[in-house]
Design a protein around this ligand. Structure first.
Ligand code: GUN
Length: 297
């Protein structure tokens, strides 16, 4: 079997076109969704993610307040900027790009963000609401993964899902979202991690494998069954002298070999990545609607 490639760029483009129309309709009512962006330090991967987020805002008509802080920024300065954005009515969402440079207290910063503006879904209030199945901002990457599965026609209900990786940003929230008694969930979920005794034992019995380990070749063809659906959340830079920039991006999955056995697979780049940004835009628009008293579903 050769897998159908899930085109995250196309799914994201479709969703962004819908959002763009919605933003235009909101503007007619005098509502302009706004995103406050904070990047601390010079990490090249974070810089490129943040640039892509700012560009995406501009493209669909979301106002973005872009802030670059030096890596030596103090905790107090960062907290003050978050507080300022909490009070700013032009800002409906606050994005503090993670990871923060060493020496800054990430948990304290995330806790300071007004949960009503926490479009990343990282505030403990939103995490708690998500776990008990209440309406909350859902974290963007896991939400994007579920949208990709849904829009590709993959049945999640009753599926054996194996997630490889237990990060706070992807693995843990995704597991929680997929076990909810809700549409596009109701899965049986196993979370594997660096202390899992026999990773292949788990991945071999999965209907859906979601790789979010942050390591190339974590999932290889011998570790999966024929017809499995594979979602690759990994973004890894590997040296490549043939490229002008000296590296290329690969996921956590051995794409070329796995695609010969899977029924669906996401590429890297062009799979989950564009969806993460799209769900951030979605959350920001929802937040603006809520702030303006417009009912959100
Ligand atoms: N770092 C990696 N992914 C994310 C994300 O979705 N949001 C933020 N704020 N930082 C990240």
């Amino acid at each position: 079997m050769t897998a159908q490639i899930i085109d995250g760029k196309q799914v994201a483009a479709d969703m962004r076109a819908e959002l763009k129309e919605e933003v235009a309709r909101l503007k007619e009512k005098g509502i302009v969704p706004g995103l406050g962006v904070i990047l601390v330090g010079e990490d090249p991967a974070s810089q490129s993610y943040v640039r892509a987020k700012e560009r995406a805002c501009e493209d669909i008509g979301i106002y973005s307040d872009n802030n670059r802080l030096l890596s030596q920024t103090s905790q107090e300065e960062l907290m003050a900027l978050v507080e300022k954005m909490n009070k700013d009515p032009k800002i409906n969402g606050i994005l503090v790009q993670l990871p923060l440079p060493k020496g800054l207290n990430e948990a304290e910063v995330l806790l300071a963000i007004d949960p009503a503006k926490d479009v990343d879904g990282f505030h403990p209030v939103n995490v708690g609401k998500m776990v008990v199945g209440e309406k909350a901002f859902l974290p963007c990457t896991p939400h994007g993964v579920i949208q990709l599965l849904k829009r590709s026609g993959v049945t999640i209900e009753g599926a054996e899902v194996v997630i490889v990786g237990r990060s706070n940003i992807v693995g843990k929230p995704l597991a929680n979202m997929l076990i909810q008694k809700k549409p596009n969930a109701n899965a049986t979920v196993t979370v594997c991690h660096t202390r899992t005794k026999d990773l292949a034992y788990h991945t071999k019995r999965a209907d859906i494998v979601i790789a979010a380990a942050g390591r190339p070749n974590t999932v290889t063809a011998d570790m999966i069954k024929e017809g499995v659906v594979v979602i690759d959340v990994g973004v890894n830079r590997v040296e490549d002298a043939t490229k002008k920039r000296g590296y290329r991006l690969v996921g956590d999955v051995d794409f070329e070999a796995v695609k010969e056995k899977a029924s669906f697979i996401t590429p890297v780049p062009g799979g989950v990545g564009p969806m993460t940004i799209t769900m951030l835009l979605y959350n920001t628009v929802e937040s603006a609607k809520k702030a303006a008293g417009i009912e959100v579903e």
